[in-house]
Design a binder for this molecule. Structure first.
Ligand code: 2BA
Length: 109
C-alpha cells in the first residue's frame, strides 16, 4: 500500500470547514498558516497523509468546503506605488490548490 501526502492550499475563511469535514471522515490533517506569493495575504495550507486509494475521496471532501473567492489586489505585488500596475484589480482565488506527492516513509515515534 502506498501512502500519499495531500498538500492543499485553501482560503483561510474556508480552512476550518475543510478541516472539520476531513476530521469527521476520520482523516488526520495539519493546518499551517501560510502566505500566498502573489496576493501576499494569508491563506491556509493543509497537510493530509492518506493511503493512495483515499486520495480522491479526500479531494472531494476538500471541494465540498473550499470555495473560490474574488479578491481585490491593490496593485501588482512588488511594484512601487504610483505606477500603472498599482491600480487595484480583482483576482479569482481558487477554491483549493492541491498537490499530491508520494511519501517514501511514514513513522510515528
Ligand atoms: P497567491 O499566490 O496569493 O495567488 C492568489 C491568486 O492570485 C491565484 O489564485 C490567482 O488567481 C492569482 N495569481 C497568482 N499568481 C498570479 C500571477 N502571476 N498573475 C496574475 N494572477 C496571479 P489561485 O491560483 O487559486 O492560487 C491560490 C493560492 O494557491 C496562491 O495564492 C498560492 O498560495 C497557492 N498556489 C497556487 N498555485 C501554486 C503553485 N503552482 N505552487 C505553489 N503554490 C501555489
Amino acid at each position: 500500500m502506498s501512502m500519499k501526502l495531500i498538500i492543499a492550499i485553501v482560503h483561510s475563511d474556508d480552512a476550518q470547514g475543510v478541516v472539520s469535514e476531513i476530521s469527521m471522515a476520520g482523516y488526520s490533517a495539519t493546518k499551517l498558516s501560510t502566505t500566498g506569493g502573489f496576493m501576499r495575504a494569508g491563506n491556509t495550507t493543509l497537510l493530509i497523509g492518506v493511503e493512495e486509494e483515499q486520495v480522491d475521496s479526500v479531494i472531494e471532501l476538500i471541494g465540498k468546503r473550499a470555495h473560490s473567492h474574488k479578491q481585490v489586489v491593490s496593485g501588482f505585488p512588488g511594484r512601487s506605488e504610483g505606477s500603472v500596475s498599482s491600480v487595484p484589480f480583482e483576482v479569482n482565488v481558487g477554491g483549493a490548490t492541491v498537490f499530491v506527492v508520494d511519501v517514501d516513509k511514514f513513522v510515528k515515534l
